[in-house]
Each structure stands twice: as C-alpha cells, then as structure tokens.
Ligand binder design. Structure first.
Ligand code: SR1
Ligand code: MG
Length: 411
C-alpha cells in the first residue's frame, strides 16, 4: 500500500490492486491481471481491472484527480471529493442497496474508490441515445430517490443527526461547480460556454430574458441555501448503470445537503434531453413517438414512485408523524414545482454551458444538433417560468412537450 498520492495509469493500477487486502477474495496472489482506463466523465480516472484467466473476477478503480480532467491542470479540484463520494455511497447503500453500486473499499491516501464492475450494465445515456427502453427504470429510480432523499431529511433524522450529516457533507468546491455551470454561466456571456454557433440567436435571446434570469436566480438561491436532504448531486443518465432488470446509481461526488428537487429534476431533465435529441436521432415518426411515450410515461411513473416511497418513509417517522395532511400535501407539491425549475436549469446548462451531454452534443450534423438543442431550450423555459402553476407531474410533462423546434430561426 502507498502512503502518498499519485495518479494511477493502466500499469500502476495493477500493482495497486495487488497490494490491497480488501481484494484478496477476488484476485489471487501473483496471478496475471489486465486493466484499461475507461473514464469518459469530466473529472476522474476510471480503470477496469480483471483477472486475465477469468474476466468475471473484476473491479472498477475510480481515482480522483487533483484537477478537472475535462479542462486540465489549470482548474484545480480537491481530491477530498472522493471521500464525500464514498460517504454518500455508504449512506445510499444503507437506504437503498438494490440501486447503489457496491463499494469494496475507499482509500483515503490514493483517493480511490474500488467498486463492483457492472459488466452486465451500460451507461443509461448510451442506451437512451440508441433508443433502448428500460421499462423498470421509473420504478427503480423513484425508489432510489424516495428512500435516499426522505431517509436523509429532517423528516426522518433526529435534529442532531441531521445537522451532523450536513457538516459531514459540506462540499464547497463541487457545489461551486454546480453554482457556476448550472445556475450562472449559461445565462450570460462567458468563454466557458460551449453551445454551437447555429444556436447563437436563441441563446442570446434566452440570456436577454430578464424574467428567466430572475427565475434562475431563485433556483440558484434555493440550491445554495436549502439543506433539505443528502442529494446525489449529479444524478444524470451518465451516473446510472442499467440493463433490463437492474438500475444502479454511481458517482455521487457532488453529494451535499441541498434541495430535493435538484436530484429529481436532474433525472427528469436528462429524460427530456433524450426526448429532444430524438427529434433528429430517430427519423421514423412512429418509432420516435413510441420512444417519446416511453420517456414521458417514465417521468410520470418515476414521480409517482418517488412520491409514494418518500411519503411512506417520511410520514411514518417519529419526527414527522404529527404533521397535518395539508402540510404534507403542500410539501410534495413544493417538491414537484422545485423539480420542474431545477429540471429546466439542468436542461439549459447541458445545451449552453461547458459540460454538455452526448445526447445532443454527439449529434454530428450541425443543423440536426441545432434542432435538438433548440427544442431542449424551448422545453426548459416554460418549465421554469410555469412551475408555480403545476399541480401534477402530468402538468410538468405537458409544459415540456408542448414545446416546438424554432430552428432555423426566422423561417
Ligand atoms: C467541470 S465538471 C462538469 C460537470 O461534470 C459533472 O458530471 C457535473 O455535472 C459537472 O457540472
Ligand atoms: Mg460524475
């Protein structure tokens, strides 16, 4: 074992796993191991390591780099975020083990989390880009969010534990990334924004919309001040490994105590981004309509499951048992309206800001990319501006899906 941090590579990661007693049940002493670096996220190194004689004996090693990988060494980032991630995974595994990746151990020197290699799963974003449906996803992710968010809130935790947990999950540098990239930069000129030039007229109009900027500022204030529950913090479809039977959440390094709607909104935003991308990804109208029905049905189902699981845990607990029904109803309605607002911010940042999503940025043809981006922005604006009027999740879906493509502009 090492006592100083250094960034691993595909050779040293093999030496590294050999030294770890936690992995002695998986790898045999002296046997040949193979590895590959597969990280395609914005921040970390991710290695798959397996026994040359038996690829089923395998782990993933995720190591935090001291800078933002997407940008380079000029943008420093504390490796300490790996500790937050490991702590969050431990909490999520306690509250919802069936949808949380299994961790073998966390190494606080190398800032490595060594976890199950999900060899029978794919990154959900990739599956959605291919038009693959996952019929159990709404049930699974609704359960994950309902249990992890209620279970870490004041509604369930006693007054002291809750505050201790808030302190354990103070995550200022990662929160600052979200404050900047989700709530600030997309709505002003900055060189870090990365939208394609075909979309410029729509982006410039969006940035000039003073009413929109007020609404976004309100969402940002809520993000920064409303310590409702322990969030995953980055629950997009790239943080979800999936197949037809299982849904496993990974990557909660952005975890902190924040507003519940930020997590639920992130999931819904990514389903809506997929919806917008299939404007051009799926050429056949009937196939497109069918896939979009899957996406919107999933939004409705995940909310229903989330609300049911959340309520079951929250209102049965000693700390919330005496809350009047009218308060409970108001609490859930506020979560729904917050979810719509945060979903909108998450959509806009992925189209305009530094870190886009492959659903849209991966569309090769610039005009097709602009069509999908234009639709996504047009879905987001009514969601944030109209959020106070929504009463049901069907209202949220209706607001987003009423949007139309406006590119090419002026036609
Ligand atoms: C500079 S980090 C950019 C983005 O990657 C992560 O997945 C988060 O979404 C973050 O905003
Ligand atoms: Mg991530």
């Amino acid at each position: 074992m090492t006592n100083t941090y250094f960034p691993l590579d595909p050779t040293t990661v093999i030496d590294y796993v050999r030294t770890r007693p936690e992995l002695m049940d998986i790898f045999r002493a002296g046997e040949a191991l193979e590895s590959v670096e597969v990280g395609d996220g914005n921040l970390n190194l991710v290695f798959k390591v397996w026994a040359a004689a038996d690829a089923e004996r395998t782990v993933v090693v995720k190591q935090a780099l001291p800078y933002v990988r997407l940008v380079g060494e000029s943008w420093k980032l504390p490796t300490e975020r790996a500790r937050i991630e490991a702590q969050a995974l431990a909490v999520q595994a306690r509250l919802c083990p069936e949808h949380t990746v299994h961790v073998y151990y966390f190494d606080p020197v190398m800032f490595c989390t060594v976890m199950r290699n999900l060899t029978r799963h794919v990154i959900m974003r990739r599956g959605l880009m291919e038009g693959i449906t996952y019929p159990k996803f709404g049930q699974h992710i609704g359960t994950f969010m309902g249990r992890t968010l209620a279970g870490t809130s004041d509604l369930v935790l006693d007054y002291k534990t809750k505050k201790e947990q808030v302190a354990r999950f103070i995550n200022p540098e990662l929160c600052k990334i979200s404050e900047d990239l989700v709530f600030t930069e997309p709505y002003r000129y900055t060189e870090r924004n990365l939208f394609h030039k075909e979309l410029e007229p729509q982006v410039v109009a969006l940035q000039a919309d003073a009413d929109l900027r007020v609404e976004v500022a309100q969402m940002k204030a809520q993000f920064m001040t409303h310590a409702q529950a322990l969030l995953h913090g980055d629950l997009h479809t790239g943080s979800i490994m999936i197949n037809q039977d299982e849904t496993i959440c990974i990557d909660p390094e952005f975890a902190f105590y924040g507003p519940i709607g930020f997590d639920v909104g992130a999931v819904i935003a990514n389903l809506f981004l997929s919806y917008a991308s299939h404007e051009v990804r799926t050429k056949d109208a009937a196939a497109r309509a069918a896939f979009r029905s899957y996406l919107t049905d999933t939004v409705i189902e995940l909310w229903a499951v989330f609300a049911r699981e959340f309520a079951a845990l929250a209102w049965a607990n000693a700390d919330s048992i005496d809350l009047p029904t009218a308060y409970r109803d108001r609490y859930l309605l506020q979560l729904l309206q917050d979810t719509a607002g945060f979903a909108a911010c998450k959509i806009m940042r992925r189209v305009i800001g530094l870190a886009g999503v492959a659903d849209i940025r991966g569309i090769e043809d610039v005009h097709e990319r602009a069509i999908a981006g234009s639709l996504a922005l047009n879905m987001a604006i009514p969601l944030i501006k109209g959020r106070r009027d929504v009463r049901t999740i069907a209202d949220v879906v209706a607001l987003a899906t009423a949007a139309r493509v406006t590119y090419p502009f002026g036609s």
